[in-house]
Ligand binder design. Structure first.
Ligand code: PEP
Ligand code: MN
Length: 335
């Protein structure tokens, strides 16, 4: 932590401040240069807030120089985390694509999509049973029945399942039935939900909030890990910008930035990231080229009849071609 001292501070007041810091077991380095005077604090400052010092009359500002996410960050965990769910692995050189409809609508729909995506090389099946919708009049998913249909599709295909949790009321059902618990963009900062989901010690897919910074995303991952799980996948799913041509702006630079700052696997969601089915493939390929450890893609057998996000859903045929191109890009960037 650095404390910047005001130019008119007296030596006596500075000494008093230094002594009070040393009394907390910290090491103080007095840095003088030109008109600047700063105190550098070393030792365990994890529980020391800069606010404690910024209140002082002689302090201009105080700030931490290290990232506040110790568990999600690479500094104390340099090796990549590999997230395992059933037969699938993501991170540390393992690449996996998650595919399936935005929402589970019927047994026929989820089974037919699951079989098709498995044939094309997807490693996990996605499907929303509980849907967060902007309108209270929209389809909100089949609920627990949707989880049952996902389980049936898993039994038939062997694909582990990914589904979004909306409420703490469903923790038991998700603990039992879901292989990777998705925390959606709208709940990225639902801190009490993060803590409770973390306690389940299961793999979690954490999506970036609509207008969240990468530091905020990593702090939410920190909640999950502190809660109890070390199996967290980060997902860039597009953020709100001034641009209206796409539903969101897929922030491709988030992929290498997150991979540099964190040991957790990073995947991209070009479906919500663009909002248009024909943009899914180019952005999927770009995300892979940018170093993503995987993708999550909305696939529907009849996108024009989908009850949720049909305009951004691709057909199983388009998905099949996309997977072939994804493999070619992965081959091309291999070291
Ligand atoms: C979803 O995956 O269907 C979803 C609602 O995603 P997000 O939370 O990123 O909007
Ligand atoms: Mn969706």
């Amino acid at each position: 932590m650095i404390i910047v001292i005001k130019p008119d501070a007296s030596e006596e007041a500075i000494e008093q401040l230094k002594n009070s810091i040393q009394d907390q077991g910290l090491i103080v380095q007095d840095i003088k240069g030109g008109n600047a005077r700063m105190l550098g604090l070393a030792g365990d400052v994890s529980n020391v807030s800069p606010d404690t010092f910024s209140r002082s009359d002689i302090v201009e500002s105080a700030f931490k120089v290290r990232e506040p996410y110790k568990l999600a960050g690479r500094r104390f965990h340099p090796e990549d985390t590999v997230v395992s769910a059933g037969t699938a692995k993501i991170g540390g050189g393992h690449f996996a694509v998650i595919a399936g409809p935005c929402s589970v609508e019927s047994e026929d729909q989820i089974l037919s999509v699951a079989k098709d995506i498995a044939k094309s090389g997807a490693k996990l099946l996605r499907g929303g049973a509980f849907k967060p919708r902007s309108s209270p009049y929209s389809f909100h998913g089949l609920g627990l029945e949707g989880l049952e249909l996902l389980k049936a599709a898993k039994q038939k295909t062997g694909l582990p399942i990914v589904s979004e949790i909306l409420s703490q009321n469903h923790l038991d059902a998700f603990a039992e039935d879901v292989d990777v618990i998705q925390i959606g963009a709208r709940n990225m900062q639902n801190f009490s939900l993060l803590v409770e989901v973390g306690k389940l010690k299961k793999p979690v897919l954490l999506k970036r909030g609509l207008s969240s910074t990468l530091e905020e995303l990593l702090m939410s991952a920190e909640y999950l890990i502190k809660g109890g799980t070390d199996q967290v996948i980060l997902c860039e799913r597009g953020i709100r910008t001034f641009e209206t041509a796409t539903r969101n702006t897929l922030d491709l630079s988030a992929i290498p930035v997150l991979k540099q700052k964190s040991h957790l696997p990073v995947i991209a969601d070009p479906s919500h990231g663009t909002g248009h089915w024909h943009l899914v493939e180019p952005l999927a390929l770009a995300a892979v080229a940018a170093g993503a450890d995987g993708l999550i893609i909305e696939v529907h057998n009849m996108p024009h009849k989908a009850l949720c996000d049909g305009q951004q859903s691709i057909t199983p045929e388009v998905f099949h071609h996309l997977m072939k191109k994804v493999n070619r890009v992965r081959e091309a960037i291999k070291e």
